[in-house]
Design a protein around this ligand. Structure first.
Ligand SMILES: [Zn+2]
Ligand SMILES: [Zn+2]
Length: 292
């Protein structure tokens, strides 16, 4: 079903660091730097040395990751791109890991797609994954700034290894979804209590699937204008502290709240707060701030 070990063959194993300097040395001596495309050649070589080193490092990390957390011993696994949590469990026993999706490899089209080039804006770790592109721009490494290109499964591991290096990850987990191999960069382990707190911040919406939770008064809806008062200024996909939730209420509720002087039993009863998803919240906001 899935493969969590790096399968990149023996040849990467014996690549010693000294070889890197040898390659660079020979490149300088051969005078390639004066050649017309020297910069391009140099950069390709630089990239390949860097990528190989990352893959080598990942092999070491991966062994450690699987052993330290006894990953292969669990019966079930589950990951959620929205919460950014990867959970392994057997009965009551579970372990939760934070991850970001680096990218996907399609076995149908033999192509790689970086996560920053797709996926909904609601995926966790968008910011982290953009860092890979930034690094690619600084180093002019084409493969890190091209969102989608022809590739191989072996290279997909290499690209994921670069992501692990840049994001300071502890390993890679690679579930399969139909023809897509999903490369998850595992960042760290969170204790079960924190994991539950994170999961509690999300809600399954009938319209939008899994999203962050939000709270609104019973009168707010996605069709009619009733006013939109917020607990704090919000914008789509904003960062929220763990103790903060999106909260909004209508003009009528605001009148009751002002009359009561606070949110008390009476104003709360009038509002009759309901739980909605973040997308529904912003849909309601949109309806209310629209001019007409
Ligand atoms: Zn209301
Ligand atoms: Zn929704």
């Amino acid at each position: 079903m899935f493969e969590s070990r790096v399968d990149c063959g023996q040849r990467y194993r014996c690549k010693r660091k000294s070889r890197v300097s040898e390659q660079f040395a020979s490149l300088h001596c051969a005078g390639y730097l004066q050649a017309p495309n020297s910069h391009e050649i140099m950069n390709k070589l630089k990239y390949s040395v860097f990528a190989d080193q990352c893959l080598h490092d990942l092999q070491v990390l991966q062994e450690q990751f699987i052993t330290d957390y006894d990953i292969d011993s669990y019966e079930n696994w589950f990951y959620n791109n929205v919460t950014g949590l990867l959970t392994f469990s057997t009965g009551e026993k579970e372990i939760n890991l934070r991850f970001v999706l680096a990218g996907t490899y399609s076995t149908n089209t033999n192509t790689w797609k970086w996560a920053w080039d797709k996926e909904s804006v609601f995926s966790k770790g968008k910011g982290e994954i953009e860092a890979i592109k930034d690094f690619g721009e600084q180093t002019a490494f084409d493969k890190l700034i091209t969102g989608y290109f022809e590739s191989s499964e072996e290279e997909a591991w290499q690209l994921s290894a670069i992501a692990v290096y840049l994001l300071n990850g502890i390993g890679v987990y690679r579930p399969v979804s139909e023809h897509l191999l999903c490369f998850l960069v595992v960042l760290d382990v969170v204790d079960n209590e924190t994991a539950q707190e994170i999961k509690d911040k999300y809600v399954e919406c009938g319209l939008h699937e899994c999203r962050r939770r939000a709270f609104v008064c019973q009168h707010l809806n996605r069709a009619s204008k009733v006013g939109f008062e917020e607990a704090f200024v919000t914008h789509v996909n904003m960062e929220l502290d763990i103790e903060d939730d999106l909260q909004a209420w209508c003009d009528e509720c605001e009148k009751v709240r002002e009359r009561e002087g606070e949110w008390n039993d009476s104003s709360m009863a009038f509002a009759n707060i309901k739980l909605v998803c973040e997308q529904c919240y912003f849909d309601m906001k949109e309806v209310n701030i629209r001019r007409k």
